[in-house]
Design a protein around this ligand. Structure first.
Ligand code: AGP
Length: 609
């Protein structure tokens, strides 16, 4: 996610801002920039890469000024580059903005502004904000910001300064975090607590729709009408390490709890529940190419491979396109038949996994169309694939992939619904229904997260086991694989994921009281079959933990423990059912004292064979 820091007071704004941005580096970024008001003029410096490049620039040519804003950018619209780095200015160079979030309607706004003569210098959605403020600016920068935001659809944490008004910073918040720090004759804005802790522990957490006017001596929190809003001043007791994790014990837990937001961020602006339309404007895949698709190959590793297995069900069920899913390290050496009328989707959080990149290269050599589902803008995969559909999860710090997985599923739902509609494999009504259901998923996922303490208790009860089996069927078989991977990679307990129907072909010989079985038994067309598999396991002395649908009255009598999740259409059940397995694995690893965020022997991105 991007990082914002603003300062107004008697210190050198540049020093405070650079220091604050350095405390937000954990959020991940690919470029940085800073703007101060110096002798009535705006002075801006930007650099691609790490903050130290910017610091080096400033060491050669110091920034002087007591009012300023700075930014570390995690690219979502426009590649990582100096031109795309924030801050961005209007045509006059008097108005400067930094922004975290996504302006959904930036293209239509940019088109109008360009037609009215505005000159753009970047590919970003953010720059539109600077020109919108400019066109409304008649001397009152607050009013101009309000007018600009009234035209915007999307999410923003925003900082604005204007050289005509050096004694003020304007900031605003909509669906992206922003805090104000209260100092002694100095005040601050920041995306997150760590940036401000060395200067103040008194902070105001802005609420949706808040706009603030910040001077060195005063902070006014207003709404769009300019009416004062009462906001509590919080005293932050956290130390810096706690603050980076947002108060969570580990990045992995923070990222598990971020999933409702990251799923929403990934589908935001790409689907409209009112019109039942999917809008993937960033892809250049003509409708006729979609209609002529003979097959989809999905190639990935690890958790991303499991997402691909879910994707198979989505594309075959909705778009009626045959799908083959491969582990990249196998695919690249088996001399696959490359069908020119197929499309190969590679899934990679990092976009740097060696085996996956090798598979991409192999497919491209066979002139097959390629599409990357990736979380890192500017990564190798996103540069080499013909098209990229980005998940918008922000940097995933924990080595065990969680929010990236549900982000990948979200991207796969969008593609499957879009292609199913284009191929007329589903009716308009069906498309609307499926989109409405996807729209509700973040809320349902919040319901699942409420069970985290119950799952914590379950983890304590079973953390002594040395072997675990995860069973699932149909669209939830990949979730059994993913649950087993999560448990083994962070708690080092041996765990296997299996198709439940496969048990009688061998693995059932393993089951006894020392090998608990976690079964994904939510409502589905194979529910009765799953109940049969549960009976098989119980009959051999197995202890069965079920992930089941709320209101299921049968499951309690048939299993030892249950975790209930909201009822959703079977095709959406994987994106909910995976979360109890993430939490279970996390809490088992914590009980065992494992290094949850940095498990032994593992790297976040496997960039070598
Ligand atoms: C999953 O928790 C692991 N971190 C690992 O399996 C990971 O999914 C795999 O290495 C693929 O990484 P990628 O998505 O960055 O390509």
């Amino acid at each position: 996610m991007c990082g914002i820091v603003g300062y107004i007071g008697s210190k050198n704004a540049g020093d405070v801002i650079i220091d604050g941005l350095s405390r937000l580096e954990y959020r991940g970024y690919d470029s940085a920039g800073i703007a101060v008001i110096s002798e009535g003029k705006i002075d801006i410096r930007r650099s691609v890469g790490k903050l130290k490049q910017l610091v080096y620039q400033l060491s050669k040519n110091e920034l002087k000024g007591a009012t300023g804003i700075g930014h570390t950018r995690w690219a979502t619209h426009g590649k990582p580059s100096e031109e795309n780095a924030h801050p961005h200015t209007d045509c006059s160079g008097k108005i400067v903005v930094v922004h975290n979030g996504i302006i959904e309607n930036y293209l239509e706004l940019k088109k109008r502004l360009v037609s009215e003569g505005h000159k753009f210098k970047s590919e970003t959605d953010t720059e539109v904000l600077a020109h919108l403020v400019e066109e409304s600016y008649k001397g009152d920068i607050f009013k101009a910001v309000v007018a600009a935001l009234s035209q915007v659809r999307g999410t923003y944490a925003l900082g604005v300064i204007c050289s005509d008004n050096p004694g003020e910073i304007i900031a605003a918040r909509q669906d992206a975090p922003l805090i104000a720090g209260i100092g002694d004759n100095e005040n601050f804005i920041a995306s997150d607590i760590p940036a401000l802790l060395p200067y103040t522990r008194k902070m105001i957490f802005l609420e949706e729709g808040d706009i603030i006017r910040l001077s060195a001596s005063k902070i006014e929190v207003l709404n769009r009408k300019g009416e004062e809003q009462k906001r509590k001043i919080q005293n932050i007791a956290w130390d810096a390490v706690q603050a980076e994790k947002g108060g969570f014990k580990h990045f992995m837990l923070k990222e598990i709890f971020e999933q409702p937001q990251t799923i929403q961020d990934t589908f935001r602006g790409r689907m409209n529940p009112e019109t039942g339309k999917i809008e993937l404007g960033e892809l250049n895949i003509p409708v006729e190419a979609v209609n002529n698709l003979s097959k989809i190959n999905i190639v990935a590793c690890g958790t991303s491979y499991h997402a691909g297995l879910v994707g198979k069900f989505l594309f075959e069920n909705l778009a009626k396109i045959p799908v083959e899913v491969d582990i990249a390290s196998e695919f690249r050496y088996r001399e696959p038949i490359i069908d020119k009328n197929a499309i190969t989707i590679i899934i990679s959080q990092s976009g740097e996994t060696a085996d996956t990149l090798a598979a991409l290269k192999l497919v491209k050599s066979g002139n097959c169309r390629t599409l990357a589902i990736c979380n890192v803008m500017g990564s190798t995969a996103s540069r080499e694939a013909d098209d990229t559909l980005y998940t918008r999860c922000g940097p995933e710090i924990g080595v065990a992939s969680t929010k990236a997985f549900t982000g990948q599923l979200t991207a796969l739902y969008l593609l499957a619904i879009d292609w199913a509609s284009k191929r007329k494999a589903i009716s308009k009504e069906k498309a609307e229904a499926v989109i409405k259901e996807l729209w509700e998923i973040p809320g349902r996922l919040n319901e699942v997260l409420k069970a985290s303490e119950d799952i914590h208790a379950l983890a304590k009860e079973f953390s002594g086991k040395r072997d675990f089996l995860f069973l699932g069927r149909n669209v939830n078989y990949p979730i059994a694989l993913e649950g087993a991977l999560k448990l083994k990679e962070i708690s080092y307990i041996h765990a296997e994921g299996y198709p439940a129907g496969e048990m009688k072909h061998g693995p059932i010989a393993l089951i006894d009281e020392n090998m608990p079985v976690m079964v994904i038994a939510t409502e589905s067309k194979v529910y009765e079959k799953i109940l049969g598999n549960i009976e098989e396991a119980k009959a051999r002395g197995g202890t069965v933990l079920a992930i089941a649908s709320e209101g299921d009255t049968q499951i309690k009598a048939k299993t030892t423990r249950q975790i209930f999740v909201p009822r959703v259409d079977e095709i959406f059940s994987p994106i909910l059912n995976v979360v109890p397995t993430q939490l279970f694995s996390y809490y088992v690893a914590v009980v065992l004292g494992c290094d949850v965020d940095q498990p032994r022997n593992l790297a976040k991105s496997v960039t070598v064979e």
